[in-house]
Design a protein around this ligand. Structure first.
Ligand code: PLP
Length: 479
């Protein structure tokens, strides 16, 4: 494809995307395809001869769009949001168009420097302590990873390396093979699957500790687990606390967990994948009380902050730890440190190559402004509260636990089986999409305000669909 064609077809693709988003509300949120549908529609071999772009677009309409679950639909209330905005898409296009790989400062100075700047901007907006920011005099800093899963794995690996070094130096235990099997990580039974996976990938035992009635990991529980493990000769190494759990959006009390971790030389990592952006609004900052005890934190602008996947923001209090853990030298990478405290980000991540992800964070922060982003967060919370009010007025339903951020968990008073039946019926009809969660072993339906397009009328529409299905279900039960 030559540049003239690219100019023409590129504009058509922009129109296609804008048309899709403008009209997404009119589609069923769930697709009507059976497993394997695409295998039947597309050829088994790649085309031998070049094809025309218009034929590709035709297939996008006929074969690709029918297989989409519409994450940007205002009737998508499942999981957590997939960030989306035109500002972000333009940033992503610039990234693809400029096509650099920022594996070192020299490989494209702007890639490193814009990342440092945007991570400082974002960290300041969240009200993070200065020591996490690259612009502070200390060794802290931020980096953009691909996912919260990756960030948590990286934090665990760095904690492992740091603990082994400390035991080498302080306790003179030279044999790493003696230390490694004794290392233990802790998190709560409400942790995201990615935290447990980090333990598997990082070959570290991980204990899922029991949470309190509100789904929070309490200091006493952690303290007891650490004491028991130490008495058995194990070495506590890593804790992941969650600010905004996946099931119910609960917030672990960092002010209880932090002092224990600091006293025990245990790395405290915070998974705020979904809820982190709420700290841009000062009225929610009390939920991160104790953040000063933390070693690393991750939140995903690609969830709740209008940035398209993938963009996972991670800060470390001491960037030297990660460099020590992941530094592998090669002459062709020419590792000369500059004296401006600009990190060599290849030491801060798993791959060597890096996308220019900060471009989309930059375009979103500039086009929406901090005020626009705070407005987005507050409006999504108030839409969730509106939904909770509608559910609360129907005495067949219970809201449990209290709504948190953009999430409302609810169930039928009749019990788990009827609630599950309701969700299955709704999913089969494809008009709204929600998934289940567990609250204190009870089956609940999770309703999340996900799409940035969602309005009060959309929330009322979703509630009407739920109410009509419930009426129908009870009528059928009676007959
Ligand atoms: N942590 C929490 C609390 C989450 O809710 C999720 C996903 O929803 C993740 C981690 C995983 O995020 P990612 O897909 O970026 O790895």
């Amino acid at each position: 494809m030559e540049s003239q064609e690219f100019r023409r077809f590129g504009k058509e693709v922009i129109d296609l995307i804008a048309d899709y988003i403008e009209n997404v509300r009119d589609r069923n949120v769930l697709p009507s395809v059976e497993p394997g549908y695409l295998l039947k529609m597309l050829p088994e071999e790649a085309p031998e001869q070049p094809e025309h772009w218009h034929d590709v677009v035709k297939d996008v309409h006929n074969t690709i769009l029918p297989g989409l679950t519409h994450w940007q639909s205002p009737q998508f209330h499942a999981f957590y949001p997939a960030g989306h905005s035109y500002a972000s898409i333009l940033g992503s296009m610039l990234n693809d168009g400029l096509s650099i790989i920022g594996l070192s400062w020299k490989a494209s100075p702007v890639c490193t420097e814009l990342e440092v700047i945007t991570m400082n901007w974002f960290g300041k907006l969240l009200g993070l302590p200065e020591e996490f920011l690259n612009c502070s005099p200390g060794p802290g800093g931020g980096v953009i990873q691909g996912s919260a899963s990756e960030s948590t794995l990286i934090a665990l690996l760095v904690a492992k390396d740091k603990t082994i070094r400390r035991l080498n130096i302080v306790d003179h235990i030279d044999d790493e093979d003696e230390i490694k099997p004794k290392l233990v990580a802790y998190t709560s039974d409400q942790c995201n699957s990615s935290v447990e996976k980090a333990g598997l990938l990082g070959s570290m035992k991980i204990k899922l500790l029991k949470t309190d009635a509100n789904g929070r990991l309490r200091g006493e529980t952690l303290k007891k687990a650490i004491e028991e493990d130490k008495a058995m000769g194990l070495i506590p190494c890593f804790v992941t606390a969650t600010l905004g759990t996946t099931a119910t959006c609960a917030f672990d009390p960092l002010y209880e967990l932090g002092p224990i971790c600091n006293r025990e030389n245990v790395w405290l990592h915070v998974d705020a994948a979904y809820a982190g952006p709420v700290f841009m609004c000062p009225e929610y900052r009390h939920l991160m009380k104790g953040i000063e005890y933390v070693s690393s934190i991750v939140t995903n602008p690609h969830k709740w902050m209008l940035v398209n996947f993938d963009c996972s923001a991670m800060w470390l209090k001491d960037g030297r730890d990660i460099k020590r853990a992941f530094d592998v030298k090669r002459i062709y990478l020419d590792d000369t440190e500059n004296n401006l405290n600009i990190p060599d980000y290849r030491h801060w991540q798993i791959p060597l190559g890096r996308r220019f992800r900060s471009l989309k964070l930059w375009t979103v922060m500039r086009i929406h402004g901090a005020e626009g982003l705070r407005k987005h967060i507050r409006s999504q919370i108030s839409l969730a509260l509106h939904f909770a009010k509608l559910v609360g007025a129907d005495d067949r339903f219970l809201i449990e636990p209290e709504p948190s951020m953009g999430l409302v968990c609810f169930r039928l008073k009749d019990g788990d089986k009827t609630t599950q039946q309701l969700l299955e019926n709704l999913t089969r009809k494809k008009k709204i999409f929600m998934v289940a969660g567990l609250y204190r072993t009870r089956y609940v339906i999770r309703f999340v305000v996900c799409s940035a397009l969602t309005t009060k009328e959309d929330v009322e529409y979703s509630w009407d669909v739920i109410k009509i299905e419930t009426d129908l279900m009870y009528t059928n039960l009676i007959h």
